[in-house]
Design a protein around this ligand. Structure first.
Ligand SMILES: Cc1cc2nc3c(=O)[nH]c(=O)nc-3n(C[C@H](O)[C@H](O)[C@H](O)COP(=O)(O)OP(=O)(O)OC[C@H]3O[C@@H](n4cnc5c(N)ncnc54)[C@H](O)[C@@H]3O)c2cc1C
Length: 385
């Protein structure tokens, strides 16, 4: 047994004993996922020794490489609230990674340390309402102009996950020297968190918000890393962040698959347990194949990140492949689990129905499947040209 195995086991035990009972409160009884709930779950994760799979030990994390993270975060993903409980969910996961890579020592002290410990949450504001940036980041309309002492930012964003109640937002803005990332404190009077957008999912603290920057003044040291390198930093963040989503959602899909298998073993139709009907077995086998293929693709991409670096072309290519496949496989697995549960599967107060609804957006954020297929194909075609 490697040192990793006891950690994976501890994570599974923690999710089963401390998180799944609370998840039932959220899904079945409508308990709101707020910061009080987050902090309570994160304290329990710390006590259980499973907190911080994405952070360095110097920030109180577990200091794992990406391959080890894949094992731990799949175990944490078994509950909708598991990744949040261990501080391994979006958008903080990507922001932890980004700050560790590009932050100055002062920025690490001020933003990374409290983020990694769970003291605060964060958000990242890239996507804009039309005609601004979405899949096409080159449409960025939010602008930052230099002033005597710093910068002033103006622009509108939407779908900024976790903005309501965050400690800070990483704002991506165009400058005369190219796209740049700014660390903006949430209490900056020029930053307004507007409406929480009424999305299908309900399990993220702080929702997905409209955010406005109106004459938002920041000092020179608010620039994350260097001016003009915003898109390079976005690349550093992207592959690890895509993979973390794959790990987390795969964990939930595995659980739904097991729930469906248990259900059809115990439910009878036409004189035998449903599990004895060949077509039901076909659904189970297809999900098992999707799970095995997803694990393999996540492992390949994790290895590319660990060996070639997060923004290497190998990491980007394999993370794009993994994200495209896993987001679609998770959808198929959850949909089969719904189907095998019969009417209960679509009952909103039942867990698998909610899993399916919560997972839908995974095929859109961090790159819609069509955009990822396009970029995968372009890399292949470039290579043979
Ligand atoms: C739940 C959720 C959370 C999010 N959180 C954040 C966040 O925290 N921060 C943030 O900045 N953004 C966030 N987003 C935004 C997300 O990153 C964008 O939705 C995504 O990048 C797509 O951009 P868009 O919505 O503007 O779609 P568009 O760019 O308008 O694209 C719409 C559709 O057109 C198709 N399409 C686009 N380009 C191509 C192409 N080249 N070939 C074929 N088809 C194409 C795709 O099907 C795509 O889904 C979040 C989104 C959701 C749903």
């Amino acid at each position: 047994m490697t040192a990793l195995e006891p950690l994976v086991e501890r994570t599974s035990d923690f999710i089963r004993d401390s998180v799944i009972p609370v998840e039932r409160d959220v899904i079945v009884h409508g308990r709101v996922v707020d910061d009080a709930l987050r902090l309570d779950l994160q304290k329990k994760a710390k006590d259980a020794g499973v907190f911080g799979p994405l952070s360095d030990v110097r920030y109180g994390g577990l200091g794992l490489d990406t391959r080890a993270q894949a094992r731990v975060l799949e175990a944490a993903g078994a509950s909708l609230l598991g990744p949040l409980s261990v501080n391994g969910s979006a958008p903080d996961d990507g922001n932890i990674h980004l700050l560790a890579h590009a932050g100055t020592p002062e920025q690490k002290e001020r933003y990374l340390a409290p983020l990694a410990s769970g003291e605060i949450r964060s958000s990242i504001a890239m996507t804009e309402p039309a005609p601004g940036a979405g899949s096409d980041a080159s449409l960025l309309r939010t602008r930052a102009e230099r002033t005597g002492s710093g910068w002033v930012i103006n622009g509108a964003k939407h779908f900024t996950t976790g903005a309501d109640g965050a400690g800070f937002t990483i704002c991506v803005a165009a400058t005369a020297d190219g796209p740049t990332m700014f660390l903006v404190d949430q209490d900056n009077p020029g930053l307004t968190v507007g409406r929480r957008m009424p999305t299908l999912d309900h399990s993220v603290p702080g929702g997905h918000c409209e955010v406005e920057f109106v004459d938002c003044e920041v000092t020179g040291d608010a620039v994350l890393g260097e001016v003009g390198l915003g898109m390079e930093y976005a690349q550093v963040r992207l592959a690890p962040s895509r993979l973390v989503f794959c790990m987390n959602w795969l964990g939930l899909a595995v659980r739904a698959h097991e729930m469906a298998a248990r259900h059809i073993n115990s439910r009878t139709a036409f004189g035998v347990p449903i599990a004895e009907h060949g077509m039901a077995q076909g659904l189970v086998a297809d999900s098992e194949i999707d799970i095995a293929a997803s694990r393999g693709l996540i492992r390949t991409a994790a290895e590319a990140i660990d060996t070639a670096g997060p923004s290497s072309s190998a990491a980007r290519h394999h993370a794009s492949i993994a994200k495209t496949f896993v987001s679609e496989a998770v959808w198929r697995i959850l949909d089969r689990a719904v189907q095998l549960h019969g009417g209960l599967g679509v009952c909103e107060d039942h867990l698998v129905a909610r899993f399916l609804v919560e997972a839908r957006a995974f095929r859109i954020y961090e790159g819609p499947s069509e955009v990822l297929r396009w970029s995968i194909a372009r890399r292949v075609l470039r290579a043979v040209r």
